[in-house]
Structures are given as C-alpha cells and as structure tokens.
Design a protein around this ligand. Structure first.
Ligand SMILES: Cc1cc2nc3c(=O)[nH]c(=O)nc-3n(C[C@H](O)[C@H](O)[C@H](O)COP(=O)(O)OP(=O)(O)OC[C@H]3O[C@@H](n4cnc5c(N)ncnc54)[C@H](O)[C@@H]3O)c2cc1C
Length: 467
C-alpha cells in the first residue's frame, strides 16, 4: 500500500510536541520539515550532558527558556570550575511525567513500535516529622474512592459544566479530612497552580483520568528526557523527515487568509501546512497579526503560563527507605498566590543506574509551584527555597552533611498556558487557513508534556479527517 501523502508540512520547533507531530505525520506519509532555532532538540523538555557545558553556556541556555539559577550550593563558579557536574544528565529543570509508564508518551511511542523505560513511583506525603508512604492507605482509598470515582467518570457534559467550577468550590462540596488534602494537593500539582480559585475542576479530573489506567501517578524517563527526543528524531528521519537545528523561523508567510510558507535565514520556503509550536503568546513575533481577528490576537497575548522553583540536590548517602519514592508537601500560609504552596521531592532518580548521575551519586529532583511573576521575585524565591530545603530536611535530617552540590533553577514559563478558569486555551486550528498551533499552550487533554503530546495526536487526527 502506498501510504505516501504528498503534502509538505513545516513544523516550527523541535520540542516534544513538534517531534511527536513529526513522528506521527511522517508515519502517515507526509513530507515533514522541522525547523528548530536551538542547536539542541527537546525545547522546554530539554535534557543535556551537564559536563559538556561552561557556566556561561549553561546560563545562556536557561535564559533562552525564561529561566535562571537564583541559588546554588556552592556558588555556580565553584561548581563549574571543580567540574562537579561531571557525569550528570540534567533537564532545564525537573519534569515529573503524569501517568508514569502509562503516560500518553508511551502510548504514542507504542504506535511507533518503540517505548521508553520509565522510573515510576506512587507518591508519599511529607509531614512535620517524617512522612507517609504511600500517601493513601487502603482504608483511605476505600473511604474516598467513591467520591473521586464519581468525579472521574462523570460524563463529558458534566465535565464541561465542571470546567467553570473552581477547585475551591469543589473542595467546599466534597472535601473533608483526607479527601480535602487529596483535592488540595493533586489539583495543584497537576495544574502547577497554587491558587485553588483559578483551578478548573473539569480540567483536573480529565487530567487525572490517565492515572486510572493502572499506572503509578508519576514517572521520569531513565537516561533523562533526551532519550525520548532521540527516539522520535530517529523515527522522523528514518521516514524521510528533515530536522534542521540552529534554524530560526523568522516569518510565517500568509497570503491574505492562507499560510503558504516560512522565511528561514532570509530564504523563502513554500509549504502546504504550517504548524507552530511556539508559546502562543509569541506567535505574532513571526506571524503578522493583521491577518488574524483583533479579538483572537488580544486573547492569545493575554494568556498566562505557570512557574516554579526547582532544586537538584546531589547527595552522598540516602536512606534506602527513600530510594525510588516521591513525596508531596504542602506549605500553608506562606503568602504566595493561593496562600499555600505545593511541591514534590523525588528520589526516583536517586536509585542506581538511572543514567542521570555518576555511580553512587544520588540525584534528588524537586520543585515547588509559583506564578511566573513569583518566579522572578527574589523575596518570594527566598521563601520557596527555604520551603524546599525544609522539606528535604524532614526526609533526610542534616542533609547538608550529605550534600555534594545543589542547583535551584527558577522557571517562569513552565506550562505555556495555565489550565485555569481564567485562561481559555486556544484550538489547534487558527483563523488563518493551513496554519495550526500545537504544544502545551493549546486545547488538549492533560497538562505540560501530556498536553503537548495530545495536541500532536489531535493534529494528526485533524489532518487525517481533512485528507
Ligand atoms: C523547568 C521546567 C519544568 C517542567 N516540569 C514539568 C513537569 O514536571 N511535568 C510536565 O508535564 N511538564 C513540565 N514542564 C513543561 C513541559 O516541559 C512543556 O509542557 C513541554 O516541554 C512543552 O513542549 P512544547 O513542544 O509544547 O513546547 P516547547 O518545548 O517550548 O517547544 C517549542 C520549540 O520551538 C522552538 N522555537 C521557538 N521559536 C522558534 C522559531 N522562531 N523558529 C524555530 N524554532 C523555534 C523552541 O526553541 C522550542 O524548542 C516543565 C517545563 C520546564 C521549563
């Protein structure tokens, strides 16, 4: 069977959405060319060999993704001069993949006859003194499961109604005891938003459904996120697709109402369809806004992302009880947006042979949620750093004696568009014909990586329907 489709597709950006779309569309027989402005693929889910970077290259790379390092121990110059990151494979900042081994990622890779090995974990909960693992005992589950299931299996009509209902209201209605804590923590950690007034109940339960597939709630790829990108790039190239790195798209060419090509390095390239994976707020830096309805431009520019402060801790010795586990914490009344802040400390990558750190170095990854504005505010960051360190201390008393180094990346564009009641994510099809947008900024199930992956699947379905 000839499954060749002769349409020429241009994908702008080789982040996870661009690469998944490239892999799915080349499999469908489309001619795909991906332009990526950076020299590395992966976008915000980028992982890199930390040994091969100078301090300047590292900071420059982070700044290109709206990130910096407000703190480190020892100072960054000492870390780099003493080659303390030798043998580490880091991301821009910690990524917990919702759904672990059964995440949308592996279901897409399965269609490409591939898969990735995932380190995965249930979650525990950090208390004043010590922790509970798992978070929910069998008795807790029996008690709260009927209510959770009622929400999880609600019809799409009910879900749409719940889209406009804040988690604050849902917690008022259903939240008592452990159920309250579950709703408070999971809705925040899934949405990366602390303010329960802004979190949409419908979106939360849609994102949660994936966890019912029998997998553990969180996962992280063995050997880092880069392994995923290499697999996808290989699939794209083996099917005749082209990935050009270090090539920034300067302009999307639009003829009246139809996208017809792009300009790269001052050269014009014609395409039948253009797919942008840029943060939607930045779309009009390469697409002249005069071709779009004014309201659309205004709405796209107004959309807000999410932020966080991450911390990587390299420890010499970790209690074996903690290895492979992940823990949530909630810090009350610290005066951030939403007042309480939720975070996670993850020892999944502290087990042997993760491919992320040298043998016997134990890498602990963590993050605490904040808004984009808070991620750039030194006073708030100071508070958030103290909370991260305090919660690690609760799990590893006197961890300072075990510490080789710590790096705290701050990010103010974590999820491109927060999935909140006040932010309506745009559709994949734009008002300009043959111009599509995908990624974590658009309307697709899930948050972050899962949303980016699902948007690429919806794009594939849209193309198949229109063929
Ligand atoms: C520190 C950090 C931690 C995160 N933690 C999590 C997490 O725990 N769980 C989770 O699910 N998600 C997390 N995320 C979010 C997740 O990384 C993103 O949702 C996902 O990577 C978005 O992929 P994307 O393809 O939509 O966009 P991007 O990754 O932003 O890809 C867009 C690509 O387009 C390229 N580009 C931009 N302009 C041009 C141009 N003019 N020409 C050519 N190329 C261009 C960019 O360089 C980039 O490679 C985190 C993000 C960060 C930064």
């Amino acid at each position: 069977m000839d499954n060749k489709n002769h349409s020429e597709i241009c994908i702008i950006g080789a982040g996870i959405s661009g690469l998944i779309a490239g892999a799915l569309l080349t499999e469908q027989g489309y001619n795909v060319t991906i332009f990526e402005k950076e020299s590395l693929i992966g976008g915000r889910a980028l992982s890199f060999d930390a040994s091969s970077y100078t301090i300047d290259q590292y900071l420059k790379l982070l700044s290109r993704f709206q990130m910096n390092i407000p703190y480190s121990e020892p100072d960054l110059t000492t870390i780099f001069n003493n080659k303390m990151l030798q043998g580490y494979r880091l991301d821009l900042g910690y990524h917990a993949i919702g759904g672990g081994v059964m995440s949308n990622l592996n279901s897409v890779l399965a269609t490409l006859d591939d898969h990735i090995e995932v380190l995965e974990s249930s979650v525990g909960f950090i208390k004043e003194n010590g922790y509970d693992f798992p978070f929910l005992t069998r008795a807790d589950k029996l008690k709260i499961l009927p209510n959770i299931l009622r929400l999880l299996f609600a019809s799409e009509k009910t879900m749409r109604r719940l889209d406009d209902i804040s988690m604050t209201k849902t917690i008022e209605q259903y939240g008592q005891g452990k159920m309250k804590l579950v709703l408070e923590i999971f809705s925040r950690s899934i949405s990366t938003v602390n303010n329960l007034d802004r979190i949409s109940t419908g979106e939360m339960f849609r994102a949660q459904r994936i966890l019912l597939k029998g997998s553990k709630p969180v996962g992280y790829p063995k050997n880092g996120l880069g392994e995923i990108h290499q697999k996808l790039a290989k699939a794209i190239i083996s099917r005749g697709g082209i990935i050009q790195t270090g090539k920034s798209v300067q302009k999307i060419l639009i003829d009246e109402t139809k996208a017809i090509g792009v300009i790269v390095e001052n050269k014009e390239y014609r395409f039948d369809m253009i797919v942008s994976t840029l943060l939607v707020q930045n779309l009009f830096s390469i697409a002249d806004e005069k071709h779009f309805p004014k309201e659309y431009v205004k709405m796209m520019k107004s959309l807000q992302g999410t932020g966080s402060l991450c911390a990587y801790y390299s420890l010499k010795d970790v209690d074996t009880q903690l290895l492979g586990k992940t823990f949530h914490f909630i810090e009350r009344d610290i005066g951030v947006d939403g007042n309480d802040a939720v975070g996670m400390i993850d020892f999944m990558s502290a087990v042997e042979n993760t491919g992320l750190s040298p043998p016997s170095h134990q890498l602990v990854q963590s993050y605490i949620i904040c808004t984009p504005k808070e991620a750039q505010d030194k006073k708030t960051l100071n508070k958030l750093k103290m909370v991260l360190d305090k919660n690690l201390e609760r799990l590893v008393p006197n961890y300072q004696y075990q510490l080789r180094w710590a790096i705290y990346p701050a990010v103010w564009h974590l999820d491109g568009v927060a999935k909140t009641i006040d932010n309506a994510k745009p559709e994949i099809e734009t008002p300009v014909k043959n111009l599509f947008i995908i990624g974590d900024c658009v309307k697709a199930p899930g948050i972050g990586i899962n949303c980016a992956i699902n948007s690429a699947r919806i794009l594939q379905e849209t193309f198949i329907r229109s063929d």
